[in-house]
Design a protein around this ligand. Structure first.
Ligand SMILES: NC(=O)c1ccc[n+]([C@@H]2O[C@H](COP(=O)([O-])OP(=O)(O)OC[C@H]3O[C@@H](n4cnc5c(N)ncnc54)[C@H](O)[C@@H]3O)[C@@H](O)[C@H]2O)c1
Length: 319
């Protein structure tokens, strides 16, 4: 495969590109290296990817109409893995316009590029567990559930991406797969996410703030479990437009998550408790039977092992 990976300097994009290169594919990465979090981390990920001669990179903003066409010319791209986005639920309350730019306009520009690329076999793109909104059920969320009530602007833009993709699949017959990721974590991770912030503060002896920890549950998913299945998904275009949950399917209470970080850091956290924040949902829980049946997706990394991998990577990164 000759794969265009958008957001290749991002957390999941880096792991996905590395996996594709390991399997012998060629990867063209694009990213705008924005400063939502430290660009030095994005540069370091790119430096690691550039060790492969089958990796090339273009610095561009997907929200700019025609940027992909101009940078890529007539490169023969067979598959697209579209991961670039403005991520994060809480920041969407602060800077809503950046979400519309990257996640709606950017998504449209990727679809337009795909529409005019005659050799394209499959476009897979990142959606999010946040499209499920607030849900009071004990069982896992299913792709067939009705998703009409996003609890944040971030979720609304991810749902918009799914809608735009559905229309392009119908109009132009572009085979597409939407991937609803559930709280992905691991080495080379994201400094804005709780596992990073908590680790940083616990190691520094600073207090951590937990929002409604007794009622919060997250389905934490180790990044290798995701990256390992992505090449298989790319190789399996659906007839039309498919959507899959990619989660661990074992939600953890926020308090247990903090305990796991304390164990890995060998240090107790000083905790400040606050009420639930706007935009946050109480629980995420993936039913992954569809991805299991179609791709043999079976996450195998226990939270304890994944967090321990992250903490040892984090220590080497800050040093
Ligand atoms: N990490 C998670 O837990 C998680 C959960 C659900 C969904 N997702 C989705 O998965 C995808 C990857 O997330 P991530 O965790 O790797 O985030 P990330 O922020 O590390 O990676 C996204 C990358 O996209 C780039 N980007 C943003 N806007 C761009 C634009 N307009 N043009 C070009 N590049 C742009 C950023 O610079 C960044 O490197 C995103 O679509 C995100 O919404 C992630």
């Amino acid at each position: 495969m000759n794969v265009l990976v958008t957001g290749a300097a991002g957390f999941i994009g880096f792991h996905a590109a590395r996996r594709l290169l390991l399997e012998g594919h060629s990867v063209i990465g694009v990213d705008n290296l924005n400063d939502y979090y430290e660009p030095a981390l994005k540069q370091a990920r790119l430096t690691a990817l550039k060790k492969s001669s089958r990796f090339t990179f273009h610095l561009l903003d997907l929200a700019e109409k025609g940027a992909l066409e101009q940078a890529l010319g007539n490169a023969s791209i067979t598959h697209i893995l579209h991961l670039a986005a403005q991520a994060g639920v809480r920041y969407s309350l602060e800077n809503p316009h950046s979400y519309i730019q990257s996640n709606v306009m950017g998504h449209l520009n990727v679809l337009e590029y795909a529409r005019h690329n005659k050799g394209l076999v499959h476009l897979a793109y990142a959606s999010s567990s946040s499209v499920y909104g607030e849900r009071d059920i004990e069982t896992g969320f299913r792709e067939t559930d009705r998703v009409r009530q996003p609890a944040s602007l971030y979720a609304a833009t991810k749902l918009s991406g799914e809608m735009l993709s559905e229309s392009y699949a119908q109009l132009y017959g572009i085979p597409q797969t939407g991937l609803r990721f559930f709280t992905v974590y691991g080495p080379w991770g994201r400094p804005d996410m709780a596992y990073w912030v908590f680790t940083e503060k616990v190691l520094a002896g600073d207090p951590i703030t937990l929002f409604a920890p007794d009622i919060m549950k997250r389905d934490f998913t180790y990044v290798d479990d995701i990256a390992n299945v992505l090449p298989k998904i790319l190789r399996s275009p659906p007839d039309h437009h498919a959507i899959y949950n990619l989660g661990n399917s074992k939600p953890n209470q926020l308090t247990d998550f903090v305990q796991t970080i304390e164990d890995a850091c060998e240090k107790k956290a000083e905790v400040i408790i606050k009420p639930q924040q706007a935009g946050d949902v109480r629980k995420t829980f993936a039913d992954i039977s569809a991805a299991q049946a179609d791709f043999g997706f079976a996450p195998k990394t226990a939270l304890k092992d994944g967090i321990s991998e992250f903490v040892s990577w984090y220590r080497s990164w800050v040093n």
